[in-house]
Unconditional design. Sequence first.
Length: 249
Amino acid sequence: MSTKDNQKVYFGDKKVTKQNKKDGVESIFTKVSENYDLMNDLMSAGMHRFWKKSFIDAANIKKNENCLDLAAGTGDIAKLISKKVRGKTVYLCDQNNEMIEKAKERSLNEGFYQKCFFDVSSAEKLPYKKETFDHVFISFGFRNFSDKKGSLKEIKRVLKKGGKLHILEFSKSQGENFSKIYDFYSYNFIPTIGDLVTGDRKSYEYLVKSIRTHEDQEAMLSLFEDAGYLDCDYKNIFKGIVALHRGTK
Ligand SMILES: C[S@@+](CC[C@H](N)C(=O)[O-])C[C@H]1O[C@@H](n2cnc3c(N)ncnc32)[C@H](O)[C@@H]1O
């Protein structure tokens, strides 16, 4: 293992090796996959649906464009993309097999399977040829990556020239009073809802901590620019609880 691989990264609020983070994230998403969609609705009071729709609407996807839903989870983003394209041009990739199996089942039930390809792989080593995609989307997955800089480089490899990376992620809430309410809600209610619905308090404590230790809006902008993306920007959604980040190859 190289020195770079031994560098410590945040897993929740603890610093661990990249491999330990990868294993920890894998174990959490295997545990939460069963109730993933229900918990998203409960924790965000359904607002994640609106955030995700605005995320995809803002991308201005053309009917024949190749799109990658990376860290696809159960396929919320792929489903929205499938409504914008005509052919089989939607790729779902996630490192967690249980999540991808849920996405497959759901796409069959909800009628978008025929537009999709499914892959189990990590963002740090994508199973695609260089310059394959017009758009790469990551929704609420990036903060879990064990090698954020490496993944940005790898995504750039698979983007076409002029192709765009779009990341929707939790970020730093704006305004002192609002942030206090948000902190109270997330530290107290999210783990409790998680415990009541799934019996797994720890995974939801990880969720809250992983949001707090993730790069804020400006730090994300620097990560994009350092990785060589052009025209980088971000837009706060819901007072910065969530931010939409964009860059072009
Ligand atoms: C919070 S879920 C988001 C799922 C979906 N995109 C959504 O918005 O509902 C995060 C997903 O990221 C995946 N993930 C975490 N680290 C990853 C990595 N390094 N490469 C690929 N997928 C990863 C997890 O397996 C999980 O399915």
